[in-house]
Design a protein around this ligand. Structure first.
Ligand SMILES: Cc1ncc(COP(=O)(O)O)c(C=O)c1O
Length: 413
């Protein structure tokens, strides 16, 4: 069902194009995502023209708990009666509580934290700590990675669409194909401060490395006294059916981990860089070398603590896996229904990606899904892939609706 915008919406789009760029509006329209969100609740939001949209993406993890989760809204409402950003130059009990809760979830002795507002900032800090701590400059990331938009984070990227206009980027950064341990072995050296990877890369169509990959990565890092940074901005907080994605390589302990997006359940901007006590020694020498005026907000810490209390429960995580199985059963049927169009699907928990036979099929699929009232997004580093990452609170019926919409969209393909 194609949706023609009302005159009111058309006027808004024109104004929007004027303020934020015509190309942005054109791209959104092309993908069928020319939506002005008004109401939002659970897995649904409403366009200004009244159309309801089912969320199959969770903004890559920001809305893991859906929109305006009632417990989170209540915690925030109560928090606002007594808190604000807090004075990040001083100390607060809210920060301490969140750091305690995070430390209880992370592997090994990743017991220290620094809070900021966005994932990119948190990645920047991870790389700063690695360089400061090691006195080396080399940073190795995956060819297919995306770790954010700020200076150090952007320098990990090798996709020309993101970096070409801004070069030259920071020196010392190099890239290897994800999952290829020999490539990493050839690249790593005594100059390498850190290796930074996601546990699996959805941006590239959900690249899942061989089962022993991270054990070998850890070994190589240890051999070269190199730090291992794991970016859990998308994979963390339950998305893969475990609280952290790296737990799928049980026993591997990174030196630094990063979380953001869903940390504050879509109600507040907040991120965390978490690191070992050993690495934290860097701050003994340079205690105020990194600071953020609005990061580490007391209100944000309160919300993040409430989010952890909800998600980090065995039954909650089991339920994510159960919903993942329902999605998988749907995908299996779609593979039978559309063998020539749907090539494969990849999945860990509710971290799922469909791969189309058409190398640029993600664009059309995006559009056709939007026509069916479902918001998903193609993978930006693999236009044959479409990410399906619904909120954890999605119902069985809503999962069926996503599968039905996928079926209809694949028929149109
Ligand atoms: C894996 C990963 N790391 C870091 C970031 C950057 O996070 P933010 O957009 O909050 O700066 C993103 C954003 O999509 C991401 O996917």
């Amino acid at each position: 069902m194609e949706n023609k915008p009302s005159d009111k919406k058309k006027a808004l789009m024109e104004r929007y194009a004027h303020r934020f760029g015509a190309m942005r509006v054109r791209t959104l329209s092309h993908l069928g995502l020319d939506i002005f969100e008004t109401e939002r609740d659970g897995c649904w939001s409403r366009d200004i023209d009244g159309r309801k949209i089912l969320d199959a993406l969770s903004l890559q993890g920001v809305f893991n708990l859906g929109r305006r989760h009632p417990i989170i809204v209540e915690v925030m409402r109560k928090g606002m009666e007594r808190l604000d950003l807090g004075n990040n130059f001083l100390m607060s009990e809210e920060q301490l509580t969140l750091a305690d809760k995070l430390a209880a979830t992370t592997p090994g002795n990743i017991n220290c934290a620094f809070f900021s507002s966005t994932g990119s900032e948190a990645v920047d800090l991870a790389i700063k700590i690695a360089r400061g701590y090691s006195g080396r400059s080399g940073i190795i990331s995956a060819n297919e990675c995306y770790h954010g938009i700020t200076g150090f984070a952007l320098s990990t990227n090798s996709n020309p669409d993101y970096i070409e206009p801004f070069g030259p980027l920071m020196p010392g950064f190099s890239h290897v194909p994800f999952g290829d341990i020999d490539a990493l072995r050839n690249e790593i050296s005594q100059d390498t401060a850190a290796v930074i990877f996601e546990p699996m890369i959805a941006e590239a169509g959900l690249l899942i490395p061989p089962a022993d990959y991270f054990f070998k990565v850890r070994e190589l890092c240890d051999e070269h006294d190199t730090l291992l940074i794991i970016d859990e901005v998308v994979t963390g907080l339950g998305r893969t059916g475990k609280f952290w994605g790296i737990e799928h390589s049980s026993g591997v302990v990174p030196d630094i981990m990063i979380t953001a997006k869903g940390l504050t359940a879509g109600m507040y901007p907040m991120a965390a860089t978490m690191f070992t006590e050993e690495v934290a020694d860097f701050f003994l020498t340079y205690p105020y070398s990194h600071y953020s005026s609005t990061g580490g907000s007391d209100l944000g810490c309160l919300i993040a603590s409430a989010m952890i209390d909800i998600v980090n429960q065995p039954e909650f995580l089991q339920n994510i896996n159960k919903k993942g199985q329902q999605l998988a059963a749907g995908y299996e049927q779609l593979m039978i229904n559309h063998p020539a169009i749907l090539e494969s699907y990849r999945q860990v928990g509710m971290h799922t990606v469909l791969r189309l036979a058409d190398p640029a099929g993600g664009f059309r699929m995006n559009r056709y899904l939007a026509d069916e009232g479902v918001f998903a997004l193609l993978a930006t580093n693999n236009t044959a892939a479409i990410r399906i990452q619904p909120p954890f609170i999605i119902s069985e019926k809503e999962i069926d609706q996503i599968i039905d919409a996928l079926d209809a969209a694949l028929k149109k393909m």
